[in-house]
Design a protein. Structure first.
Length: 176
């Protein structure tokens, strides 16, 4: 019982102190010399509105999250709660070269890829072959979307042009 009384008294002091602090701030603001008239007629020459020049707004540059290894991609997926887009390719694959030159630089594709952590996997390298075997890869170029639990959310083995890839990547059901 005594604890409750002490706690109520302390809470009362806290509330009173907060109210006194707020009232002192309000009285300071009301005593300032700035006096704005907020009339309905803003076109008059004698309005007292402040002459403020807005600062230019610079667009925020969001960078593509790119992983350098499969393990790093899974860790980034867990950290950022984002799926991983894996693009499998080979150095001598003409469709892969075309994909890298014509499709991936497209602004629509880049915009859609921002929703994913990007991992480029060369099947010409030993590590790339190990990752490809996890997805039972038969043809390149190939696209896989996975998450930090390595669930195979989506998979496709074929060349896709800009429209096809944008449509394929645009799958809101994969995001929370």
């Amino acid at each position: 019982m005594q604890r409750r009384i002490i706690l109520c008294i302390l809470a009362g002091f806290l509330i009173i102190g907060t109210l006194l602090n707020l009232s002192s701030k309000l009285s300071l603001d009301s005593q300032s010399n700035i006096n704005f008239n907020w009339d309905d007629n803003w076109t008059t020459e004698d309005n007292n509105t402040p002459n403020v020049t807005p600062l230019p707004v610079e667009p925020v540059q969001i960078e593509q999250l790119v992983a350098n290894s499969y393990q790093e991609a899974l860790e980034m997926s867990a950290k950022h709660d984002m799926p991983v887009l894996i693009i499998f390719h080979g150095d001598s694959c003409s469709h892969c070269i075309r994909l890298e030159r014509e499709v991936l630089p497209n602004q629509q594709v880049k915009a859609m890829m921002m929703n994913y952590i990007y991992l480029s996997v060369s099947t010409d390298e030993r590590d790339g072959q190990k990752i490809a075997s996890k997805y039972n890869l038969r043809y390149i170029p190939a696209f896989a979307i996975t998450n930090s639990a390595e669930d195979k959310l989506k998979f496709e083995e074929k060349y896709m042009n800009v429209e096809q890839l944008v449509r394929w990547l645009n799958n809101p059901s994969m995001f929370k």
